[in-house]
Design a protein around this ligand. Structure first.
Ligand SMILES: Cc1cc2nc3c(=O)[nH]c(=O)nc-3n(C[C@H](O)[C@H](O)[C@H](O)COP(=O)(O)O)c2cc1C
Length: 218
């Protein structure tokens, strides 16, 4: 895990549970890999524009045929895709907003799902082009969506799982901080569960890595 991309999307800053737990993921990766390089893409401090006409028309043109507006739009998209391609692990901090992801994160998704860069069309249908990435997604939400009457209103992790798989990122683990609107005790329990899950996940990452190096050395 040399290179980590941390994507932040909560407008609640230091109060954010998803940021807090995602930062714990990064800290624990750093503890095991002091040389890890962490790139932070903060979608609230530096919001992305919605994709517009130059992006839509320019993305299907070869770079040399794009006009200035198309080149600028696709240039931004290239920066964001390069950040993904340069990462071994991608950590997303994702608050639930109205059953789904915040619009800041949706804008990021729109910039990174690119024909010819992150997916291609083949005879067997679309194919993801991003290979070998690990994603850890920290979701935070006021209610409970893993069981009970709200289950069918969960469009946050189901959406992210689908869209990441579409571009080829299939090794995805979720850390949930849920039920935070249900009082102080519920918050404490949700954070404790999430913190323990992060420790387990990062320990497994370290195990994976040592297995790989043993295999490589043999
Ligand atoms: C605009 C907005 C919409 C929200 N929509 C939902 C929702 O649909 N379901 C839910 O359970 N919680 C909802 N919440 C509560 C947040 O998910 C909750 O505060 C969570 O902690 C946000 O993550 P954060 O702490 O990382 O910002 C919403 C909060 C805001 C500000």
């Amino acid at each position: 895990m040399k290179n980590v991309l941390l994507v932040l999307s909560s407008p609640r800053g230091d109060e954010s549970y998803s940021h807090r737990i995602a930062n714990q993921v990064v800290d624990e990766i750093r503890a095991g890999h002091p040389d890890a390089n962490v790139v932070i893409r903060d979608l609230v401090k530096n919001p992305l524009p919605h994709v517009a006409e130059p992006f839509v028309s320019g993305r299907v043109l070869p770079a040399e045929q794009r006009n200035a507006a198309q080149a600028e739009a696709l240039g931004l998209s290239d920066v964001l895709v390069d950040e993904i391609e340069g990462a071994d692990a991608i950590v997303l901090a994702v608050p639930m907003h109205n059953f789904g992801v915040p619009s800041s994160l949706k804008a990021w998704v729109d910039h990174i799902v690119r024909p010819g860069r992150t997916f291609s069309y083949s005879k067997r249908g679309p194919m993801g082009l991003v290979e070998g990435k690990k994603a850890i997604i920290v979701v935070a939400r006021g209610g409970v969506y893993t069981q009970g009457p709200m289950m069918s209103s969960e469009f946050q992790e189901s959406y992210l799982r689908s869209v990441l798989a579409f571009i080829g990122i299939v090794d995805v683990d979720f850390v949930r901080v849920e039920g935070v609107a249900m009082g102080e005790d519920a918050i404490k329990i949700a954070l404790a569960h999430a913190q323990s899950r992060v420790r387990d996940l990062v320990r497994d990452l370290a195990l994976d890595r040592s297995r790989v190096s043993v295999r490589a050395a043999a």
